[in-house]
Design a binder for this molecule. Structure first.
Ligand code: KPL
Length: 314
């Protein structure tokens, strides 16, 4: 199926980052009649054909307006929502560089893995509303501009700072992201998702295994210790988490994604920088600020950093 590009509404949305999730959301917005612009690095300001294969096996091709952030001359004054889908370690630099080009009333939604960039950004955002979110939708890139949706997942969004996202944009996002919820407060939800990533990502990357293998008995006590530390640090941060509910959630995700390789496993496998600093690293930073030791997380963090350093330095 080939869809025409004139799917515009009064909502001017830009997606920063054209990874699998950024492209998936581009197509999901197009299904709602919104032609989002894609803000990327290393591209021409041009139109590109983007292809998606959805869970039901249907393939669609759409035209996207690409804007190269390194070649921005004009302000992006017409954008009223910026959805940030970059890697966690790119968020602060990428958003900071864009801020002077955005209108004061442009709302920002962070939709990356892990936590942390919201703290660094919050002092820079004088006027912009900031919404935080998490999505467990699955998507893989077959080629740079063809994504395949691999799992339905859920999305949770909620206000963090400044003006709250306008009701029509909230409604649009709720209609765009399948199984999505508006959560106020949002931080407990983001901590729960962080706990899942803390339990699964470093272990699967260090042991070169699929998520499903972490259900084997030899990993049980480590996962238990990792989650106990998460609960303690979250508590000190004012977030109450239930250890047994967290553990159920982690083993449920392990079962549901048993044949998948975690994103951190894939990053290590392809010798890319990982998101460990926004996952385990965030927990350790919060632990340190409260004078708490998180020994099991600390040990995995160091192991993963050593692994990563070997190929990043090579
Ligand atoms: O979010 C994930 C990731 O890989 O980053 C999980 C939930 C662990 C699924 O693989």
């Amino acid at each position: 199926m080939h869809l025409s590009p004139e799917q515009t509404t009064a909502n001017n949305i830009a997606i920063l980052g054209a990874g699998a999730i950024g492209q998936l959301i581009f197509h999901q917005l197009a299904d709602q009649g919104v032609a989002a612009k894609l803000l990327v690095r290393r591209s021409e300001n041009t139109e590109k054909k983007l292809t998606i294969t959805t869970l039901d096996g249907q393939t669609s091709i759409r035209t996207a307006q690409m804007i190269c952030v390194d070649k921005l001359v004009q302000p992006l004054s017409d954008i009223n929502l910026l959805i940030v889908c970059t890697k966690a370690y790119q968020v602060v630099d990428a958003v900071s560089a864009l801020l002077p080009k955005l209108a004061d009333d442009c709302h920002i939604l962070l939709l990356h893995n892990g936590l942390g960039p919201h703290i660094a950004l919050s002092s820079q955002l004088k006027h912009h509303g900031l919404t935080l979110g998490t999505t467990s939708q699955g998507a893989l890139k077959n080629t740079p501009w063809h994504v395949t949706q691999t799992g339905a997942g859920i999305s949770q969004l909620g206000p963090f700072q400044g003006p709250v996202l306008a009701p029509d944009l909230q409604a649009l996002l709720r209609g765009t992201l399948p199984n999505s919820q508006w959560c106020d407060p949002i931080l407990p939800m983001l901590w729960e998702k962080l706990a899942v990533n803390i339990a699964i990502n470093p272990l699967s990357a260090i042991h070169h295994c699929r998520n499903g293998q972490l259900a084997e008995p030899q990993y049980k006590s480590t996962i238990d210790a990792l989650l106990k530390e998460v609960v303690t640090v979250a508590q000190a941060d004012g977030i109450a988490l239930d250890k047994s509910a967290l553990s159920d959630r982690v083993f449920n995700v392990i079962a549901l994604t048993q044949t998948n390789y975690s994103s951190m496993h894939q990053d290590v496998h392809h010798q890319r920088k990982t998101e460990i600093d926004a996952i385990t690293g965030y927990l350790l930073t919060r632990a340190e600020s409260h004078g708490i030791t998180a020994a099991t997380n600390q040990a995995l963090y160091e192991q993963l950093k050593q692994l990563e350093q070997k190929y990043l330095d090579a």
